[in-house]
Ligand binder design. Structure first.
Ligand SMILES: [Zn+2]
Length: 212
């Protein structure tokens, strides 16, 4: 592992280990009654928001309150060079939805760490490699513009690792899930026996794009 990094193990994207900068922490706050209220509690605990940041946060919380689909959040606080990330969820009626939401927020975290890290793309490349290793699928996150769709693809991966149902109708109610699901379905690479006709060059080309 590169110096200045530490390993963390994700829970939604089951057992995936990711090296992250030492000054970054990830806290799992679990299920909460109300996403907005938990955010407000964290803001009060950290007590370090500038008035401008506070206004920005109030706008986010207002949006959350009016959106019935918000069922999880990654909330980040910077304090004395430390970056503390909290993941929390509102419990739904379904295991599948809760598991997807957890892995979804973890993927936002990886996407966020990606922006912090000087080794660009690293955490999302590790996720893409894990999707290839454990789900035999090729994912090009850099070609997916919408961060919510990227997060849902990490979510689907996590849900499948927990043997959940990625076809659960409730999941398709969110705006981003149908597209993420479509990309997921298309990303399957052929079984090894089907490789023969296409030639090794093509397979190496596919794999190379993920592994480079
Ligand atoms: Zn999201």
């Amino acid at each position: 592992m590169k110096p200045g990094k530490k390993l963390i193990t994700l829970r939604g994207i089951k057992d995936l280990q990711i090296p992250i900068p030492k000054n970054v922490n990830l806290h799992y706050d679990g299920f909460v009654e109300d996403i907005s209220e938990h955010s407000l509690r964290l803001i009060a605990d950290y007590n370090n928001l500038t008035p401008e940041k506070m206004k920005q946060e109030e706008r986010i919380i207002e949006r959350f309150k009016s959106d019935p689909f918000v069922c999880g959040r990654l909330h980040t606080f910077s304090i004395n060079k430390k970056i503390n990330n909290h993941i929390f969820l509102k419990k739904s009626k379904y295991f599948d939805e809760d598991t997807l939401n957890l892995a979804h927020e973890e993927t936002h975290f990886l996407d966020y760490v990606l922006n912090l890290s000087c080794h660009q793309l690293e955490p999302m490349e590790i996720l893409a490699q894990d999707i290839l290793d454990r789900n035999n699928r090729l994912t090009r996150f850099s070609e997916i513009e919408d961060e919510e769709v990227r997060a849902d693809i990490g979510g689907i991966h996590g849900l499948s690792l927990h043997k959940g149902n990625i076809y659960h109708p409730e999941l398709f109610r969110s705006l981003s899930y149908p597209l993420a699901f479509k990309i997921w379905k298309k990303s399957k690479i052929p079984k090894r026996e089907n490789y023969v006709g296409i030639g090794v060059g093509k397979i190496n080309d596919w794999l190379g794009r993920v592994r480079q």
